[in-house]
Design a protein around this ligand. Structure first.
Ligand code: ATR
Length: 263
């Protein structure tokens, strides 16, 4: 029986077990996928269990995507560049940290059929997920990436790795084609993001990494303004699909049934 885990803190609301267990069942695999709430001091011992083959794979979520790195033997290029690990597995006796959020975001955008090549993108937030989005956007050949974060020093830190990004003051609205909410604002019902709608036309695309709630105030205001919107559900599905593929050597289906599982 293979054993997989998602670790984070908090973890109660993670939909990864539901999704992975569905795929495990539909592919007739002998495996189980659990969630585990951890303290940072427990990371090292848990990773050892991967080395000892007691655990076959781990998904890492907030707040451990970076803090797990010292306990791994090797990082993939994607994990190295973003300093963010969401997928752990054993290969040739080494515990590897990889990042499938990049692939998840790329596939989600491709799935929307939005023609992102040559576009100006505004990312709101310089937290854990932003490096993955930057790498994905660069892979998809966008023209320019603006970053705006409440705490500007965090945006400046990102610029040390991604010199091509331009920092925009929090609360100002530059000229963009697509805006991505990569903050945690919107997880709670009453949270809003201030944008100057007089500078926004209905051609602009609004993307939110958040998928629960399925429509944040950020997306709702945009929809009412006539803009195209997309939440983070497909990104979540595709990052999970990529992890599943690495661990089980199988490509699980992302179809309507799977989409409904997460409603
Ligand atoms: P971390 O900051 O630890 O990486 P995260 O969940 O990955 O945590 O990121 C949270 C993001 O949401 C950050 O960009 C954060 O902005 P700060 O860097 O200024 O903290 C942003 N965020 C959270 N609450 C916010 C708020 N009330 N107003 C503006 N931005 C907020």
């Amino acid at each position: 029986m293979k054993k997989f885990l998602v670790i984070g803190n908090p973890i109660e609301h993670s939909l990864s077990p539901k999704l992975h267990n569905y795929w495990i069942k539909s592919n007739n695999l002998k495996a189980v996928y659990d969630k585990k709430k951890l303290e940072i001091s427990e990371l090292e011992n848990l990773i050892k269990e991967v080395k000892e083959k007691k655990i076959d794979g781990i998904n890492v979520t907030v707040p451990f995507k970076n803090s797990v790195i010292p306990f791994l033997d090797k990082l993939s290029n994607e994990a190295q560049k973003t300093q963010s690990v969401n997928t752990i597995y054993l290969r040739d006796g080494m515990v590897i940290g990889h990042n499938t959020d990049i692939e998840g975001f790329e596939l989600a955008i491709k799935n929307t059929n939005y023609d992102i090549v040559g576009k100006n993108i505004l990312i709101l937030g310089a937290g854990g997920v932003s490096p993955s989005i930057i790498v994905a956007l660069n892979n998809m050949n966008v023209k320019k990436i603006f970053i705006s974060n409440r705490t500007q020093s965090k945006a400046e830190n990102l610029k040390k790795t991604f010199n091509e990004i331009e920092i925009i003051e929090w609360g100002t609205t530059p000229d963009f084609d697509m805006v991505i909410n990569a903050t945690s604002l919107g997880l709670k019902k009453n949270e809003n993001i201030i944008l100057d709608y007089s500078k926004i036309s209905s051609e602009q695309f609004f993307y939110d990494v958040i998928y629960n709630p399925s429509e944040t105030n950020f997306l709702q205001s945009a929809r009412k303004n006539g803009n195209r919107t997309e939440n983070g559900k497909k990104m979540f599905l595709y990052q999970a699909q990529a992890s599943f593929k690495i661990w089980n050597n199988l490509d699980p289906q992302v179809d309507e049934k799977v989409m409904e599982l997460l409603n």
